[in-house]
Write a protein of this length. Structure first.
Length: 139
C-alpha cells in the first residue's frame, strides 16, 4: 500500500539580528531605582524610574526584532531570576507564575551574546597573532 508524504510546514528558526543582541545587552545593564511599591496606598499611580522606562522602551523594540514574536507573547523576555512582584498572600501572588517561554528567550539571547563575545575574542587574538607573524623577520 502506498502513502502520500505530506510535508509538514515547520516554522524556520529565524536568526537573531545584531541589533537585537545590542538591545538585550543594554537592557541587562539597566538598574531599577524604583521605590518599593506601597500596596496599601495608590500603587497604580506610581511612576517608574528612568531605568525601568528605558527597559520597557528597549523591550518594545526587541519585540519587533525577534523572529516569531506575536503580540500575545508579552513580556517577550523575562529574567530567570524574576520574582513575584505582588504582596505575599494576595490573590495576584497566588496566580503569578514565571513566564517560561520569556525566560527561555532570555537564556537564548544570553547564550548567543556569550558566543558572540567568545568569537570576537578569538578573532581579535587570531588577528593579533597574524599581525605579529607578518612583522617578524623572515629567514
Amino acid at each position: 500500500m502506498t502513502t502520500k508524504r505530506i510535508p509538514i510546514g515547520r516554522p524556520r528558526k529565524g536568526q537573531l539580528l545584531p541589533e537585537a543582541l545590542d538591545l538585550f545587552r543594554e537592557m541587562k545593564t539597566l538598574i531599577c531605582t524604583c521605590p518599593p511599591i506601597d500596596w496599601e496606598g495608590k500603587y497604580w499611580e506610581r511612576d517608574e524610574c528612568p531605568g525601568c522606562e528605558r527597559w520597557w522602551d528597549l523591550h518594545s523594540r526587541l519585540a519587533q526584532l525577534l523572529p516569531g514574536i506575536r503580540p500575545w507573547h508579552w513580556p517577550v523576555i523575562q529574567s530567570p531570576r524574576a520574582q513575584c512582584p505582588y504582596p505575599e498572600g494576595s490573590y495576584a501572588a497566588a496566580q503569578w507564575r514565571p513566564n517560561e517561554a520569556a525566560q527561555a528567550r532570555w537564556r537564548e539571547l544570553e547564550a548567543v551574546l556569550k558566543e558572540r563575545k567568545r568569537t570576537a575574542k578569538y578573532l581579535a587574538d587570531h588577528a593579533r597573532d597574524c599581525t605579529s607573524r607578518d612583522r617578524s623577520p623572515r629567514p
